[in-house]
Write a new protein. Sequence first.
Length: 356
Amino acid sequence: MREELTIEIVNALRPYLSQEDMQEMKFKLVMILNRYEIQERCTEIAVFDEDKNTAILKKFIAAKIASGRTVRTIGFYKTSLEAIFQRMNKNYDEITADDIRLYLATRVHQDKVSKTTANNERRNLSAFYGWLQKEEILLKNPMLKIDVIKANKQPKKAFDEIDIERLRSSCRCTREKFLIELLLSTWCRVSEVSQIRLDEIKDDTILVHGKGEKDRIVYLNAKCKFALENYLAERKDSNPYLFPRAKYAGAVEKMAKGQKRARECEWYKDPELVDETEHAGYATIEVWIREMGKRAGVKNTHPHRFRRTGATYALRSGMPLMTVSKLLGHSGIGVTQVYLDISDAELEEAHKKYVK
């Protein structure tokens, strides 16, 4: 058994080590494993009761709803934890720290999910088992033995000025033009944009409902106000939201029938095609933005990049970091620093200017 285990470990690590390192590691493993009696682990498990897991998850979700978590967060907890427990095929009170380590390792190395995704699943499990311990449903919390999965932070770039002009030129209708200016002016999250009501717009300000149900005021610059006026002048419907949802799936096709496809985005001008009460979902708005990026030839175009771009440009223009953080709706400047696309040259110049 020692020999088989040694070979398995060596083969697993072969892609990451030189031939010389492999030989040295094999010698070390032989010496270390010689001190232990080794046998293959029994993988038989207790009878899996899916209803038992479902019942406790319902209680957990109810507790999170009562604590004020957003609909999006609740949905993420539910779908993520259901998939995890189904994959583990064990009752929640029989899952050990070793089971969780194996699950996370499998997700990263076999399923090839990103470390960020795996760590989000770890966080959901931690929230679940932390709640079980707090409610005294379980005495021991297996997540206390699970380390955070650290992902390599990749630098994320803001749009440059040419990118922004290309995106503006790619717009096919007034609504798209306004959406670009809104994101550049307010730095809103796409989930915030989708929920904006017309009665929450006052002159050059908008009340938005931010992450964690925290409301804040965002501001419209001159370009955004002008684009807003043009967009609203084309709206003839009674939907209360800034970006209404199409009444049915064929709305765009009806608008485009017998016309050039360039007019497909103008369905919102026809009240018969606009839903009377619902707003466009955040996923729909993401699609609008990504399609504009494809037409403009600008890679990696998504709503959140506009948020990073606005914060970066404001800081470069001299806006204090604390003010940038407040406008973004962040809880502290530590979170804000992740958003900034500041080059080494800019840091050097700032050091020369401010550090005497």
